[in-house]
Design a protein around this ligand. Structure first.
Ligand code: FDA
Length: 579
């Protein structure tokens, strides 16, 4: 059968990965179609923690304000609480998600954006609406079945669930953003490491006014150490806020070898009562679903003209809140590369850098998320509360921490330490922002990797070294204050230089690619009134930074150069795969 539908990029899936791929491609003017299995977008909260890097991506794609308007703001996210139930005893808290004053300062310094809590069922419509408004064709109730690829494109068979028939779509490239059970990744034969089904977990979404237990210690997450809380799941029972303070989701484990329990409303309500600890408060169960904790990552993200992104390539528990963040960032990494290859500016070799740059990130976040589950155990250990123990014994151990004995003082100290250690899950700014890319789309500048001065998981360290994200500094243009990130992006390469860097401006004009220029200095296009950029750029005023459309530094030169045209030209050719 001859294909009747044609496009440049076919995207399977409308989750965070697929929706942001569509949004970026449509923003860049690349024709694309999204097919998605169901008749609607996500109907449960799912992923929610939205970190600064993702907010930067959304800012560049023009939807930051819509997300901010709907999300729970950062200051209501940060009292991660450990307790015996919401109504029960509190064991301690971790200031989280940038709410520690020192970490908040680091957040303010790192980015023009703030992290927030944006549940997936609210995020997807923002991304998809903007994508469709900019040209994406979206086909609901359309299931990917198979693909065949040749030298010029991919022919994809899909099933129209409304009509009950199949048809083909011919695309130049296919993106599999079809989630943790990706059939595209499977059909593409992407090699995967790790394992699926490590532990069992249940999500229960419910309405209840829990403000009397939560409004005084506002948080996204309340962890419950109760009998049974170490079975399966994600380290302990979890009460997660969806909307302050009336809409909630509980995550509770089950023994994966025994299979998921029967998810009746009675069962769901019994778990809610156990974790909330109040039998009187009115509760309305909205949905329950079982899922498994996975620990898998793809070694390669593409096969020929087929590229996978998001959970299709990395599957891990929600710890650290990395799932949809990484998915959005995968798509953002891929979209500009596809655009430049499709419009003929770049060689298809540029697309190989997608795996080179994103696979190490995927692997890192899968490992980080699973490590975080394990790091909850010391909290139970501090209470001598790991199974097998009777509920009575666990409660007795918890009560014992109040004794005026040396043993109890030691126990209190162990508990404080174990809870404080959870910053690696709840305040890991470096995990969010410290990615460094090494690939052919990054030109080394001969400097030695300075490494990290402090723990790279906890602390963000800005750098302008090629492969790092462009450092954020507030600069001005007349009476307008903007971030250096705002001076870059929007689908274009940007060359930053300053006074004395005319050779670089000329080199950018001669590079044979659409490169924006940002000249920073007194009396220039942008000024640096605080002097932050002078410090963070790590090059002299006459030096140059070439920033990719996704905000990563691709080339750096410390000073003006007599052969700037040749240097920049060679760098651009290399980045575009023509070198
Ligand atoms: P995602 O799974 O979001 O999207 C996949 C898309 O592909 C969907 O639109 C789907 O309909 C579509 N699709 C799949 N197969 C298809 C086919 N053959 N044809 C057409 N379309 C197809 N994370 C977290 O941090 N905290 C949490 O609490 C949760 N909870 C949670 C609950 C449930 C039920 C799920 C499924 C997932 C979570 N997650 C989560 C994980 C989080 O949702 C996940 O990391 C991101 O959504 C990943 O985004 P993707 O776009 O990659 O996949």
């Amino acid at each position: 059968v001859e294909p009747v539908v044609e496009t440049d990029v076919l995207i399977v899936g409308s989750g965070p990965a697929g929706a942001s791929a569509a949004l970026a491609l449509s923003t860049y003017g690349v024709p694309n179609i999204v097919v998605t299995r169901y008749a609607s977008l996500a109907d449960t909260p799912r992923a929610h923690i939205t970190n600064q890097r993702t907010m930067e991506v959304l800012r560049d794609l023009g939807v930051e304000q819509e997300v901010v308007a709907q999300a729970t703001p950062q200051h209501l996210m940060g009292n991660t609480t450990f307790c015996t139930s919401l109504a029960g005893e509190e064991l301690g808290r971790v200031r989280s998600w940038g709410n520690d004053p020192l970490v908040q300062a680091a957040h303010d310094l790192a980015s023009p954006t703030r992290m927030c809590d944006m549940p997936q069922h609210l995020m997807e419509p923002v991304l998809v609406d903007a994508a469709v408004a900019r040209g994406t064709h979206l086909r609901f109730s359309t299931v990917y079945k198979s693909f065949v690829q040749d030298a010029d494109g991919v022919t994809v068979t899909v099933e129209d669930r409304l009509r009950g028939d199949e048809y083909t779509i011919r695309a130049k490239y296919l993106i599999g953003a079809d989630g943790g059970r990706s059939k595209v990744a499977e059909d593409a034969g992407l090699p995967m490491g790790g394992q699926m089904g490590v532990a069992g977990s249940i999500n229960i979404v419910f309405d209840a006014d829990l403000s009397k237990y939560t409004a005084h210690r506002p948080s996204t997450l309340y962890w419950v150490l109760a009998p049974g809380a170490t079975v399966g799941g994600i380290g302990a029972g979890l009460v997660r806020n969806v909307r302050p303070w009336n809409e909630w989701m509980i995550v509770w484990g089950y023994d994966v070898t025994a299979g998921a329990p029967d998810l009746t409303t009675e069962y769901a309500e019994s778990i809610v009562r156990r974790l909330v600890g109040d039998d009187e408060i009115p509760v309305t169960i909205k949905s329950s679903s079982a899922w498994t904790v996975n620990e898998m990552y793809a070694e390669t993200y593409s096969n020929g003209r087929v590229f996978c992104a998001g959970d299709a390539t990395h599957r891990h528990p929600p710890s650290n809140g990395l799932g949809s963040n990484t998915s959005v960032q995968d798509a953002y990494n891929l979209a500009w590369k596809l655009k430049l290859v499709l419009d003929g500016s770049a060689s298809p070799k540029l697309l190989d850098t997608y795996t080179a740059e994103r696979a190490p990130v995927g692997r890192q976040i899968v490992t980080r998320a699973n490590k975080s589950i394990g790091e909850t155990a010391p909290i139970f250990e501090a209470l001598d509360g790991l199974s097998p123990q009777s509920p009575e014994q666990l409660w007795a151990n918890i009560a014992a921490r109040k004794d005026a004995t040396e043993a109890a003082e030691k126990q209190r100290a162990r508990l404080r330490e174990a809870i404080a250690f959870k910053v690696y899950e709840f305040n890991a700014h470096g995990v969010d922002l410290n990615q460094r890319y090494a690939s052919d789309a990054v030109v080394p500048d001969g400097t030695e990797d300075p490494g990290f001065e402090r723990d790279p998981e906890l602390y963000h360290q800005p750098s302008s070294r090629p492969g790092a994200k462009l450092p954020h500094a507030w600069i001005t243009a007349g009476d307008r204050t903007l971030s250096t990130l705002d001076a870059a992006g929007q689908g274009r390469f940007t060359l930053f230089t300053g006074i004395g860097g005319d050779c670089w401006v000329r080199a950018a004009e001669a590079a044979g690619l659409d490169i924006a220029t940002a000249v920073v200095g007194p009396g220039q296009q942008y000024e640096d009134p605080y002097g932050d950029w002078a410090r963070l750029s790590e090059v002299s005023d006459s030096g140059a930074l070439l920033v990719r459309p996704d905000g990563y530094v691709a080339f750096r030169y410390a000073t003006a150069a007599g052969d700037a045209e040749e240097l920049l030209g060679a760098a651009v050719r290399r980045i575009l795969g023509h070198g």
